[in-house]
Design a protein around this ligand. Structure first.
Ligand SMILES: *Cc1c(COP(=O)(O)O)cnc(C)c1O
Length: 384
């Protein structure tokens, strides 16, 4: 596929020279725009392709004949959750289990796409800030590509995640602060060493990889879309990717609308998107003193904040906050009622669905998909 990069804020299409960061004109993230629509007819196009995320190459930034840097990411199970549904009073509940990805989380999808584009562009040295899972995925995909990566992570990151980052040979720097602090250090490092910054939304291809989540959901249901998706939101790549890909699918004629309502769940101790949504604001305000055991949700000033708010309003969704007690209880329910190795972030979707159903925002018989974004085992004692 041919594509260009377009600024999501001011629609600047000139694109920065070399490897992209954010728009030099207005500071917004770039998004990929494809030159051509995929041919109609998903069944013929996909027949015979392997069940990794790369089977959807019509929607991915891969040029003809290019091989991706891949560990076989994607193709994760979408499980009917009857017992959990009964506990929540929902009759058509599903869980997409992203713990089944290489490196144990859905970060694999984004980093596979980002590292692929970066190494095809000549990069051999990366840097990124991470709350844990992105660092593990970056370390693994860098190893797979024979490249180097430095990861800045908060000291509060669960020890098994830090051990995986080091285990894949990355250079790990732990910081007594949150991911925003790590992000500043990663930027400085990128400027000084010319390492490529893979930080969320300072790089446009992680979103493209995460779009495959939405493509798999659509394919699972026979090219029909569920009523709602509940997504645990940190930097927001997953949320924006779902919004983007459902529009691309409708444009391509692969599915009919309406597209699913998208619901964002955040931790009560770090809920900039929930607060901005409730205020009716177009941008997020930085959250002071972010605190939550769900480390992937501890993102106090997301670069993609304005885009997330657009995605939620555009799809008639909303944003809810849940306490750490509630999200941990949700993870236990996923583990004990369904056998799913849930991360705290995955548990947050259970707690959010309970609230959304109680408020009548989601009807009890609606087809709803929850995302267990990562494996619980990587959180160690934080999940107890
Ligand atoms: C990163 C992460 C999130 C948040 O994802 P974003 O795309 O940054 O919003 C949620 N859950 C887990 C397990 C994560 O690692």
């Amino acid at each position: 596929m041919d594509w260009t990069l377009e600024c999501s804020g001011c629609a600047d299409v000139s694109g920065p020279g070399g490897l992209p960061t954010v728009c030099p004109v207005c500071g917004s993230p770039y998004l990929v725009r494809y030159a051509r629509r995929p041919a109609p007819g998903p069944r013929e196009a996909l027949a015979g392709r392997a069940h990794t995320m790369w089977r959807f190459l019509e929607f991915l930034p891969l040029a003809a004949g290019e091989e991706p840097v891949s560990l076989g990411e994607g193709g994760t199970p979408l499980l009917r959750a009857e017992r959990l549904g009964a506990a929540l009073g929902m009759s058509d509940l599903w869980v997409k289990d992203e713990a089944a990805n290489p490196t144990g989380s859905f970060k694999a999808r984004g980093l596979a796409a980002a590292v692929t584009r970066a190494v095809r562009g000549g990069a051999r040295h990366f840097v990124l800030p991470s709350a844990g899972n992105a660092g593990v995925a970056a370390a693994a995909y860098a190893a797979r590509a024979g490249a180097r990566v430095r990861v800045y992570a908060p000291t509060s990151t669960p020890p098994p995640l830090l051990a995986q980052i080091v285990g894949h040979g990355a250079e790990l720097i732990t910081i007594d602060g949150h991911i925003g602090d790590c992000g500043r250090l990663a930027n400085d490092y990128a400027v000084h060493t010319r390492a490529m910054n893979l930080s969320t939304f300072r790089e446009p291809y992680r979103v493209e990889g995460k779009k495959t989540l939405g493509l798999e959901i659509a394919e699972h249901f026979g090219w029909r879309l569920p009523a709602a998706i509940v997504y645990p939101t940190g930097g927001g790549t997953g949320l924006i990717a779902l919004w983007k890909v459902f529009r691309e699918l409708v444009d391509a004629g692969w599915v009919a609308g309406p597209t699913p309502r998208l619901f964002s769940v955040q931790a009560a101790g770090c809920a900039p998107v929930v607060a901005a949504f409730a205020r009716g604001a177009e941008r997020c305000e930085p959250w002071p003193d972010p605190e939550t055991v769900a480390s992937g949700l501890r993102v106090p000033g997301p670069v993609g904040g304005a885009l997330m708010l657009r995605a939620l309003r555009d799809t008639a969704g909303s944003a809810v906050a849940v306490s750490d007690e509630e999200l941990l209880a949700g993870a236990r329910q996923l583990a004990t009622l369904e056998g799913v190795d849930a991360s705290p972030e995955g548990g947050a979707t259970v707690a959010a669905t309970r609230k959304l159903a109680a408020a009548g925002t989601i009807a009890r018989e609606e087809e709803v998909v929850l995302l267990n974004t990562g494996a619980g085992v990587l959180y160690g004692a934080a999940l107890k």
